[in-house]
Design a protein around this ligand. Structure first.
Ligand SMILES: *Cc1c(COP(=O)(O)O)cnc(C)c1O
Length: 400
């Protein structure tokens, strides 16, 4: 058994000399060259690369349409507008997610209603969704937490029976498949984010994939002030006239971002393969380690592994998540926690009266979660360092 004093937290030598972040972008020379070309071109914002990126992404995912936005959050806001959700409408979301999944409803005056999650995948529990459906419910927003698809078949069945729309938050799940179907094709709308920690990046950016032409039209309207034709189209037509027909925003992605995304998309498959190999290595190492619960993968699902969160198992440990987290950070692992349940944030507590205890599975998971480093540029040595550091820290606190 390791002695506590060997931990970097208590004066020992850290496993790594330099911090390994939990996630990071990979930008290569060809990405830089593509961006420089756009900087020398006529179009810095909505130019030819937007449509090219949208088409390439739609094709990769297998969806008919993809509409790019300035961020994943803006894309979710657009989806809520396109779905026609507003004042008096409710939509069901999981509590264990990034705040944007719920915030996008508030932007349009709709109300997020939380439904607790499944204890294995930590995605929304279909049985809990059913308990929260009211005559005001208009949509479900499942989150493919970590890149593991939510229970999309059961959710789809509930949505069809109750005439609800599904806006899938696939921010973690670009390239994931569910029962051999790619995420991004299964529901009315799916969001992917291109924030630098996600699978591919545009700096800031996001997209909604959809199969319905009307939804795609409404998404485009919303991202550009509610004005019904873009500048390039107007210029081509030689016209000056335009009409604003809805209240939209300026949520346009730049052409600079689009060309970066286009260049990055070419490496998505290699990126996914690397993440899956890292996840397999971690899961193998932690399977027999008392005190650590590795993420679970359901049958017929291929996750995209945006995150690799372990849960610590307090039954086998003499301490709590806080000390283990600090000990791992001291070993120079850039561990993180995903997420503080949304209903526990002060804004939600004050506005909706949540006090904690409403969503026991999400809250219990949150108490024990630690996201380990997971990004495609990690070397085999990096992966080994993570495993060593977890074994070292857990070894000190195992209760047997
Ligand atoms: C990253 C993320 C978002 C928001 O994406 P941005 O591009 O950062 O606005 C939304 N939901 C989840 C689950 C995310 O991880």
């Amino acid at each position: 058994m390791t002695n506590k004093s060997e931990l970097a937290l208590y004066g020992g030598k850290p496993v790594r000399e330099k911090l390994l972040p939990y996630g990071r972008q990979q930008v290569e020379e060809q990405d830089i060259a593509a961006v420089v070309n756009v900087l020398r071109s006529d179009w810095l914002t909505t130019g030819p690369n937007i449509e090219e990126f949208e088409n390439a992404l739609a094709e990769r995912v297998g969806a008919k349409y993809a509409v790019a936005f300035s961020s994943g959050t803006a894309a979710l806001h657009g989806a809520v507008f396109a779905a026609d959700l507003g004042e008096g409408d409710e939509a069901i979301v999981p509590p264990l997610t990034f705040a944007a999944t719920a915030n996008c409803l508030l932007y349009q005056g709709a109300t997020p209603v939380f439904a607790d999650i499944l204890n294995d995948t930590l995605t929304i529990d279909p049985a809990e969704i059913l308990k929260h459906i009211t005559p005001r419910t208009k949509a479900i927003l499942p989150v493919d937490y970590t890149g593991h698809p939510a229970e999309l078949e059961a959710i789809r069945a509930i949505a069809d029976e109750h005439h609800l729309l599904v806006i899938e938050d696939g921010a973690h799940a670009l390239g994931a498949t569910y029962h051999n179907r790619p995420v991004g094709t299964i529901n009315e709308m799916t969001m992917f984010s291109f924030h630098p920690v996600k699978h591919i990046t545009t700096g800031e950016g996001g997209v909604i994939t959809a199969n319905d032409a009307k939804l795609a039209e409404r998404l485009k309207l919303f991202r550009s002030h509610g004005i019904n034709s873009d500048a390039r189209q107007r210029q081509q037509e030689g016209g000056w006239y335009y009409e604003m027909i809805a209240l939209g925003y300026n949520y346009r992605l730049t052409d600079i971002g689009a060309v970066l995304g286009l260049s990055q998309l070419k490496r998505l498959d290699a990126n996914l393969a690397r993440r899956r190999a890292i996840a397999a290595r971690y899961t193998e190492a932690f399977a027999e380690l008392p005190g650590v619960i590795a993420p679970r993968v359901r049958a017929n699902v291929e996750p995209a592994w945006h995150l690799y969160p372990i849960r610590i198992d307090r039954q086998h440990l003499t301490t709590d998540r806080a000390e283990i987290f600090r000990a791992l950070r001291a070993e120079n692992l850039g561990v993180n926690v995903h997420y503080v349940p949304v209903h526990l944030h002060p804004y939600y507590r004050e506005r909706f009266g949540y006090r904690g205890g409403e969503y026991p599975i999400a809250e219990a998971a949150y108490e024990n979660l630690i996201s380990l480093p997971m990004f495609h540029a990690m070397t085999d040595d990096d992966v080994q360092d993570v495993i060593c550091a977890v074994e070292k820290v857990i070894g000190v606190f195992q209760s047997n």
